[in-house]
Ligand binder design. Sequence first.
Ligand code: PMP
Length: 338
Amino acid sequence: MPIANSVLDLIGNTPIVRARNLDTGPCTIYLKLESQNPGGSIKDRIGLKMIEAAEARGDLKPGATIVEGTAGNTGLGLALVARQKGYKLVLVVPDKMSREKIFNLKAMGAQVVLTRSDVAKGHPDYYQDLAERIASETPGAYFINQFGNPDNPAAHEHGTGPEILAQMAEAGGVDAIVFGCGSSGTMTGLSRCFAEQSPGTELILADPVGSILTEYINEGTLSDKSASWMVEGIGEDFLPTISDFTRVKKAYAISDRESFLTARELLEKEGVLGGSSTGTLLAAALKYCREQTTPKNVLVLVPDTGNKYLSKMYNDYWMADNGFLERERHGDLRDLIG
Ligand code: PMP
């Protein structure tokens, strides 16, 4: 690997590792470690693309302010790129978000505006509506709007997708790819790339129980009722403007419990520390693999690193408190008093 000139040059070109110890039926699972991007997630790619495309169009002038509503990986990706390129970044964050996430964003140089978590879309304090308003009231500001920004799927159509196909040529190609859907940029972009360059690849969606997408994909009905889930970054209660589900073949609904236990199994068996959505994606991939009767190459994204989840799904006490693990009867004193 050549010496990079900037941390931004280290975004993308993430490694793929073959799973050796998981029970994958007749199939082989390949894990693409988006967790190895410098900001720790697949969202570095869209942070770079959405900013550079806005620069190229002249929508973003030197030293301007970038605004977005997010507490998640997109915020970290934008913070990484904005600071390197000398932009100010304002992130509107719902106040239920963990302190760690807010401190992380501040450390990366973002200005964090906290807003109410108890209001829905359309309310002036809703984090996305407030971000849009701040952008419109700040001279020269650029509102990123990842849920409606075509540069988000474009990052995956022209970056992630071709990269996967080039890497997987060595294994004889990709028969199926498993992803989750948050802003839907990954799914929409990969779908467009594969339609052009590998139309035989099956697109499989991994979705948290409670999200509306599994029913939408498998039965074609769009519910207006969603329930809550704990896995972070994926699942929907509405269809994002940029989403294109036309080529998605099948969806699997995965519970929080199965997601967390599968992420822990991945760490134990393969040494890969993924985030909570990684557990959902891998659980769906394992279900898909075990249903197959012929060998297939199945690519699974590892969208972010598990570092952010050490006090949650990687913590036995948190898992037991939430009913996801049996509490050990012997051993640590805290089991007796906890
Ligand atoms: N996993 C994690 C951890 C994420 O933060 C996201 C983005 N919200 C996704 C998966 C889904 O990516 P996308 O927004 O491209 O649908």
